[in-house]
Design a protein around this ligand. Structure first.
Ligand code: SF4
Ligand code: SF4
Length: 352
């Protein structure tokens, strides 16, 4: 089915995510990419630079480049050089890390100083019950203190706690952290933590999950991703490695917007973006073994849509009758987004 590319298409993708490596200093049991010190997939420095050059040349809407993993700080000098390179190309930059490098106050300061010299725009530090088994909270506290000394915008993202764990409260009530939060030098938020194993502890806090699980997916069409295996992906969702349809091919230095934009002809992706994978799954899971009340994250719903044979068949049998409604809503949503983007652009011009 061909869908005429709408005007908003010229504004996407606005974010590029570089999953630098699947190697990690931690081995969190429910890590979505199964990262650990034993995982070896890793991008070479030249591959990262080549991707940045391609973005700069062929993907004009890109504003933000995110460096993540695994643990991106394991790249050492290559990470700092790559952030610097991205900054010099005019991109905003973000790092996502588990903060293991905050073990000692002095070395944390050295890292923060080097990051500041790259003009990194912001950093996200992940922690929580599983993370803390590998990276003590003291590391996180040292890291965020050092980052705030160098005025680097910092967000701590905490796994949703179990009934027994109280990591979020522990951090908020820590004197050093609360001083930084109160002076607005750092921010802290919790995140859904998906159980990927049968014996994982369920962390279902009803209101929090209900507010997020059935949201439309905003990653798809807005993000372009380079994986540690040098593959291009449509998203860096938790289950992305288990959905072949998210892969757009290998990066060979010749990536053009056409490869990305051909996704406009993929109705399921439009549907996921418009109504969210949870809603689509809920309406098409009859006959399968999937239980909707066990889904707590949109990416969990997404992988069932693509992988479960019964659900795929149900979707296939019904999608024609959904096309009109979904495409109409898709166009309305995107038009509204386009208007918001142009209001933002105008406001930025007025502020200058
Ligand atoms: S720190 Fe992050 S990337 Fe590393 S194992 Fe844990 S969840 Fe995975
Ligand atoms: S919901 Fe699907 S498309 Fe969206 S980020 Fe998750 S896996 Fe990717």
């Amino acid at each position: 089915m061909m869908i005429c590319p709408p005007r908003f298409w010229d504004e996407y993708p606005h974010t590029a995510t570089i999953i630098t490596t699947y190697t990690c200093t931690a081995s969190c049991k429910d890590c979505c990419f199964e990262c650990s010190p034993a995982s070896k997939a890793r991008l070479k420095y030249d591959e990262i630079i080549n991707f940045l050059d391609t973005l700069n040349k062929n993907f004009k809407p890109i504003k933000l480049v995110v460096f993540t993993g695994g643990e991106c700080f394991l790249l050492g000098k290559s990470l700092f050089d790559a952030i610097n390179y991205a900054t010099n190309l005019g991109f905003m930059t973000r790092c996502v890390t588990n903060g293991y490098w905050g073990k000692e106050k002095n070395s944390a300061r050295q890292i923060a100083k080097r990051l500041a010299s790259t003009n990194l725009t912001e950093i996200n530090i992940s922690t929580g019950k599983d993370h803390a088994e590998w990276v003590p909270l003291e590391c996180i506290i040292n890291a965020v203190e050092a980052l705030s000394e160098y005025k680097i915008k910092t967000l701590i993202v905490v796994e949703q706690d179990t009934n027994e764990s109280k990591i979020l409260n522990e951090l908020i009530s820590n004197e050093r952290i609360s001083a930084l939060i109160n002076s607005e030098k750092i921010k802290i938020q919790k995140n859904i933590w998906v159980p990927f194993h049968k014996d994982s502890i369920k962390r279902k806090e009803t209101n929090f999950v209900a507010n997020t699980v059935d949201k439309p997916c905003e990653q798809i069409f807005e993000n372009i991703v380079l994986t540690p295996n040098n593959e291009i992906s449509s998203c860096c969702g938790l289950t992305m490695e288990h959905i072949p349809e998210m892969k757009l091919g290998y990066h060979n230095g010749k990536l053009t917007p056409l490869v990305f934009k051909q996704q406009i002809n993929d109705f399921l992706k439009i549907w996921i973006r418009t109504e969210g994978p949870y809603k689509v799954l809920k309406e098409h899971l009859h006959g399968s073994e999937i239980k909707i009340d066990e889904i707590i994250h949109p990416c969990q719903a997404c992988v069932h849509l693509y992988q479960n044979k019964v659900i795929r068949e149900n979707v296939k049998n019904k999608y024609i009758e959904n096309i009109g409604r979904v495409i109409k809503q898709f166009n309305i949503n995107e038009r509204l987004k386009l208007e918001l983007i142009s209001i933002d652009k105008q406001k930025n011009k007025d502020d200058i």
